[in-house]
Design a protein around this ligand. Sequence first.
Ligand code: NAD
Length: 279
Amino acid sequence: MAVQQPRVTLNDGTSIPQLGFGVWQVPPDVTQRVVGEAIAAGYRSIDTAEGYDNEQGVGDAIREAGVARADLYITSKLRNGSHVRDKALKAFDETMDKLKIDQLDLFLIHWPVPAQNNYVEAWKTLVELQKSGRIKSIGVSNFDQNHLEEIIEATGVVPVVNQIELHPFYQQRDKVEFHQKHKIIIESWSPLGQGSALSNPVITRVAEKHGKTPAQAIIRWHLDEGRIVIPKSVTKSRIVENFDMFNFKLDSDDIAQLAKLDDANGKIGPKPVDGNFLF
Ligand code: NAD
């Protein structure tokens, strides 16, 4: 029996599980196993990308999982080098071939890559794919406010999510108001600071107070603040631990303690404006 888990309603009327499983840096040859373990642990949302080179393994896992397709929520992301329409359509076809599904739940523009200046064309192509019925919801990742304003202005279509780096050392509080105003849900990537936040004494104390692990305390913080969160692990016990989240909540004192960890130099990944040429 699947655990009752919270879902977040998106601005297009659909909904997504609030806690998902991220697969960046999960090697292709173990992806099917790892995603299979995540689904067995209760996760129903998987976050992959064309640039992760593991969509095939995600597709194999969801086919073998023994869970109805309708109960799973699959996100992928458009490659940086495929923003122009023809390339984007081709890249999307490849994604669907690898995932072996008829409709994708959520497709994101992975990075705006302003140097290419093709993210408006990419967004128009996602709108077209959504209208054709091949994608349920469309969103973006690593978009700054000006990128968001530009794509909304050009199409009238507001992304359902913006997936951005967000963890205790990089809280991006200045982004909240604009996203709330446009009903764009913030989805936290590297939610555990790629593991760096787990040994922090403040987090350890909060976790101990609730009889939980540091990873659980941080994931709970994202959930309590209303964000979608997609932690990653390839270790079965941690995959299970990171989903065992639905029997406690942080209190206002914990949240105040965590707020103090925000750090102007806490960013780990590249800045949206620089783009990320890995993907
Ligand atoms: P994360 O913050 O989820 O940290 C993952 C690491 O933390 C693991 O590799 C492991 O070392 C450690 N860890 C996880 N659970 C643990 C536990 N219970 N106990 C101890 N250590 C634990 O980092 P991430 O993988 O960078 O981010 C999560 C997901 O976010 C990615 O897999 C991907 O799906 C997404 N992401 C998106 C972008 C983007 O540009 N859109 C960028 C980075 C990540």
